[in-house]
Design a binder for this molecule. Structure first.
Ligand SMILES: Cc1cc2nc3c(=O)[nH]c(=O)nc-3n(C[C@H](O)[C@H](O)[C@H](O)COP(=O)(O)OP(=O)(O)OC[C@H]3O[C@@H](n4cnc5c(N)ncnc54)[C@H](O)[C@@H]3O)c2cc1C
Length: 319
């Protein structure tokens, strides 16, 4: 039996859904599941999702992401835990941190996983290449530690089991003398889930005509509990911020439901959202490329359809 160490991420004191996915998946493999919790003493949440061991450090340095500090602590945690497989989210933190960790401990790392299979010590990871035009299955060779970064929303999540517990140990590590210090973080105002974590996304494109019309999407998103995304065309036009951009040069998302409104479906946009489970496209042009990817297509004027959908969802969800 091997040990799998899951790098857990928290937001507003709650373990992220992507970390829940990884812990629950790890627990199905029959291996020992350990969780690394940096910046909190809360090992219980990781235990409720399947970790039987928790390594934590509540050092104040972990309150915000500092690559130097996280690299040293994570590398030492992997070595101390004896884990041979490390799972983390292919989030911006994961993609920044783990190449550094891998270099430090001479481990192999595969990012952007969309499927994973662990049989004994054998790890296979499916990942897209060329903006999703083809897929490959990666394996590891000549490494004792295999690090896999999985895209969020690729693995199922069941409810937390609060009867489960874990042995909790404080991590001691060699503190580096930091060359960079984060002094202040200015947070955005949105209370909504980040796009990469969202289960439902309503995205708007140039078909919305102007910035003010995003209100229509916000109204629909509020009713559905969704996060609002956008195409690069509208980000470049200054209608919304870059953090909302989905696509090759924006965020990669994989929600259960992606509603694309006035979005043509350019290959660079599809690269970021074609992993969505159900895609609904609303476009006035029946030949728009987005319809080739859509599960359901609505040909028509977004300004008639979106308010009608919002009103209907409001009625249905009120019951
Ligand atoms: C290197 C590179 C990287 C890129 N990266 C990204 C990226 O990360 N993300 C991204 O999105 N793009 C990216 N792009 C840009 C991409 O090629 C497209 O230009 C962009 O996605 C188009 O955005 P859009 O669908 O909003 O606009 P358009 O292509 O102009 O489409 C607007 C759509 O709205 C429809 N429409 C118009 N009026 C209505 C109405 N009243 N009701 C309903 N539908 C209506 C039209 O039929 C049309 O299909 C990139 C391009 C390059 C070259």
């Amino acid at each position: 039996m091997s040990k799998i160490l899951v790098f857990t991420e928290f937001q507003n004191g709650k373990i992220k859904r992507s970390s829940q996915e990884l812990l629950q998946f790890a627990a199905t493999t029959g291996n020992t599941v350990a969780a690394l919790v940096l910046g909190s003493t809360d090992g219980a949440q990781a235990a409720h999702h399947g970790a039987t061991e928790v390594l934590f450090s509540a050092d104040a340095g972990f309150n915000s992401y500092n690559p130097e500090l996280f690299t040293v602590a994570t590398a030492e945690a992997i070595q101390k835990s004896g884990a041979t497989v490390v799972l983390a989210s292919s989030s911006s933190t994961g993609k920044d941190l783990f190449p550094r960790v891998a270099a430090k401990i001479k481990a192999g790392v595969v990012s952007d996983g969309i499927e994973i299979k662990i049989t004994g010590d054998d790890v296979k990871v499916k990942k897209p290449f060329y903006s999703g035009k083809c897929f490959a299955t990666a394996t590891f060779e000549n490494t004792n530690v295999k690090i896999v970064l999985m895209r969020p929303n690729q693995l199922p999540v069941a409810a937390a089991d609060v009867s489960k517990s874990a042995t909790v140990t404080e991590l001691t590590f060699t503190k580096p003398s930091l060359k960079t210090i984060i002094k202040d973080i200015v947070k955005g105002t949105s209370e909504k889930l980040d796009l990469t974590e969202a289960n439902i996304i309503v995205s708007g494109g140039r078909g919305l005509k102007e910035a003010g019309n995003f209100k229509m999407l916000n109204d629909l998103a509020d009713v559905l509990g969704a996060t609002v995304g956008a195409t690069r065309a509208v980000v470049d036009a200054g209608w919304v911020g870059h953090s909302m951009q989905v696509g090759q040069t924006g965020k990669t998302v994989a929600p259960s439901l992606y509603i694309a409104v006035g979005v043509s479906g350019a290959i660079q946009h599809l690269a970021g959202m074609s992993g969505s489970k159900v895609i609904v496209a609303i476009n006035s042009d029946p030949n728009a490329p987005i319809f080739q990817k859509a599960t359901y297509g609505i040909v028509g004027d977004a300004f008639e359809i979106v308010p009608a959908l919002t009103a209907e969802f409001k009625k249905v969800l009120a019951h």
